[in-house]
Design a protein around this ligand. Structure first.
Ligand SMILES: Cc1ncc(COP(=O)(O)O)c(C=O)c1O
Length: 383
């Protein structure tokens, strides 16, 4: 099966008892056991450990990413938390991309450091910098590519090679491009992480997360934490995500088309000083973006003359674009990372990695590109 077929039919069977074409929502805490001797004969005991609807989503995302198995979580953050818990001990060290979602940075610096874990936020776009950051106690490399919000790319194959040479698992946050465009496990990574809140759901309807593992041993460690910490995805969220993912490729292709058109409009606008979209020839890592993934995605950012204040005026002046946190859904969203998604990243660290005060982040949706561009034009005019 090819990707578009898999996203609709893969891992999903009609319900054997009724023929229902959609996977039923198994809203049940517990599962009746025929006898003590036959405990778990049907595969389920209690919905914190495993649930049949969630299981179908886990099979689906494992299939789409090309992994051996997957574990689904209540949010993207709980998926990242599970990876930290599964692979980091007290006194250990992790290398994490220096540009990453602010919540990842917060979890590392404000929670895991309390348990004696050390972090190096390295420029993972440079495999030599990753190698240099590795110490005797390094137990995990976590990269996010393209990274939120600057869109810095990590060369997944190059970093995976370094990780393999040192026997350290390499986890890739694949939220921005999804396995439709970017396939971390095929490039040598060990784990692919998702906030399914974004493109997988695609409709601003849920929060969820998933971790896909390349081996059964890695999966066992992640699934153990999923059960031990009680952080599994709910059956309703799994069901909604199973419906959303059926149109993943179509949404991503159209949204990426729209994003390129918006980026070209911004690039030509006299008030815009910087535009960064991986599909533009001017993008600093355009060649890597082209080589590593089959599409450029639908995230971009820009800065205008007048910096922070002017950027904020534009975010307040748009009418069709919605000022909100989240990305990847059919609705086009505008976000000010410094105030919103990356507020918990230290100011000095933000400055070091290029998350500027005037950075306006766009998640391009599925509307008509002309309407999106007209709205940006009036906001740039009036702000
Ligand atoms: C790249 C990336 N990873 C992880 C997360 C966290 O996901 P969630 O909000 O579902 O917890 C986000 C959220 O914005 C994100 O952008």
């Amino acid at each position: 099966m090819r990707f578009r077929t898999k996203q609709i039919h893969g891992a999903v069977e009609p319900d054997p008892t009724t023929g229902a074409i959609l996977t039923p929502i198994h809203q049940s805490t517990t599962f009746v056991q025929p006898s003590v001797a036959e405990y778990m004969a049907k595969g389920y005991s209690y919905s914190r450990t495993a649930n049949p609807t969630v299981r179908v989503w886990e099979d689906k995302i494992a299939l789409l990413e090309g992994g051996v198995d997957a574990a689904a979580f209540g949010t993207g953050m709980s998926a990242i938390n599970a990876v930290f818990m599964a692979f980091l001990d007290a006194g250990s060290h992790a290398v994490v991309s220096d540009v990453a979602y602010g919540g990842t940075y917060r979890l590392a610096t404000k929670v895991f450091t309390r348990f004696g874990v050390e972090f190096t936020f390295a420029d993972t776009s440079d495999a030599a910098a990753v190698e240099a950051a590795i110490g005797p106690n390094t137990q995990l490399i976590l990269t996010e590519t393209p990274a939120n919000p600057t869109l810095k790319y990590t060369d997944i194959a190059a970093v995976s090679e370094v990780a393999k040479a040192h026997g350290i698992p390499h986890a890739v946050d694949n939220t921005f491009l999804t396995p439709y465009y970017q396939r971390p496990l095929e490039l040598g990574a060990d784990l692919a992480i998702h906030s399914t809140t974004k493109y997988m759901d695609g409709h601003n309807a849920t929060v969820g997360g998933s971790v896909v593992s390349a081996t059964a041993e890695l999966h066992e460690r992640v699934a153990f934490v999923q059960n031990a910490t009680g952080s599994i995805m709910s059956p309703q969220v799994a069901w909604l995500t199973l419906q959303g993912v059926k149109t993943l490729s179509e949404r991503m292709d159209r949204q990426s088309d729209n994003a390129l058109r918006v980026a070209r409009f911004l690039e030509a606008h006299p008030k815009v000083t910087t535009v960064r979209y991986p599909g533009l020839e001017s993008f600093p890592q355009h060649d890597l973006a082209k080589r590593q993934a089959s599409g450029f995605g639908a995230m971009l950012w820009f800065e205008v003359e007048g910096g922070r204040e002017a950027g904020i005026r534009i975010m307040d002046a748009v009418r069709l674009w919605t000022l909100a946190e989240n990305l990847g859904s059919v609705e086009s969203l505008v976000t000010h990372p410094v105030t919103m998604t990356h507020a918990d990243v230290d100011e000095a660290e933000r400055a070091r990695v290029g998350i500027t005060d005037g950075l306006v982040r766009l998640s391009v949706g599925l509307e008509d590109a002309e309407d999106l561009i007209e709205d940006l034009a009036q906001a740039l005019e009036n702000a």
